[in-house]
Design a protein around this ligand. Structure first.
Ligand SMILES: [Fe+2]
Length: 212
């Protein structure tokens, strides 16, 4: 087997009215994400990845520290982008969350407004490239966190991601130039498909279905 680039779950111009333009999605999905998949497939043999799931590779590469970085850079980014495309939709946005997700956010994070502020801060304060996350922590509670470059909460051992915002410049520069806080506000208020996040909560995080 080999890793593959899943198609976008919507057309390339589907999010244009929500400030993620066609060119952003063409470059981000078809070029950037595809490059991670190609590079990861090129490492399967030399790094002994055959037969392993994408999640297993992320966890093992994270545990290996600096030695695992070349694999984690590609494997993490493949996993992270699979999640990223799924949690946005043309009908996303708004503050009406499914009841189960809303109750969990209220209980663990103090409510939707506090969650959004914490998530935005995680993304804004991630110096350089990386990701902001909403995860199911190892204690079962929701938690907001951030990671650098291609890392993710599986590689750091923090938990299972159910929402992720890409804060690499390639995610927002065409639409928001250098204004990362504006991109994150837009992501949280216009793009997130809360029904998908709720499903991922019920499933205990994203299962990519991908393996080497
Ligand atoms: Fe990206």
């Amino acid at each position: 087997m080999a890793f593959s680039l899943p198609p976008l779950p919507y057309s390339h111009n589907a999010l244009a009215a929500q400030s993620m333009c066609q060119e952003t999605l063409e470059l981000h999905h078809d070029k950037h994400h595809n490059a991670y998949v190609t590079a990861l497939n090129g490492l399967i043999e030399s790094k002994g990845l055959a037969g392993k799931s994408l999640e297993q590779i992320c966890a093992e590469a994270g545990k290996a520290g600096a030695e695992g970085a070349p694999v984690l850079n590609q494997a993490g980014q493949h996993y992270n982008h699979i999640l990223f495309w799924q949690v946005m939709s043309p009908s996303g946005g708004g503050d009406k969350l499914p009841a189960r997700l809303a109750a969990k956010i209220d209980q663990d994070l103090g409510g939707l407004a506090q969650f959004k502020e914490a998530f935005k801060q995680a993304g804004v304060t991630q110096f350089g490239s990386g990701w902001a996350w909403l995860i199911i922590g190892t204690d079962g509670k929701l938690k907001v966190t951030k990671t650098a470059n291609g890392a993710n909460p599986i590689s750091t051992g923090e938990g299972q991601p159910i929402l992720g915002a890409d804060v690499w410049e390639h995610a927002y520069y065409l639409d928001f130039r250098n204004v990362r806080p504006g991109y994150l506000d837009n992501f949280l208020n216009k793009l997130v498909d809360w029904s998908v996040v709720d499903s991922l909560l019920a499933e205990g995080g994203l299962k990519s279905g991908q393996s080497a």
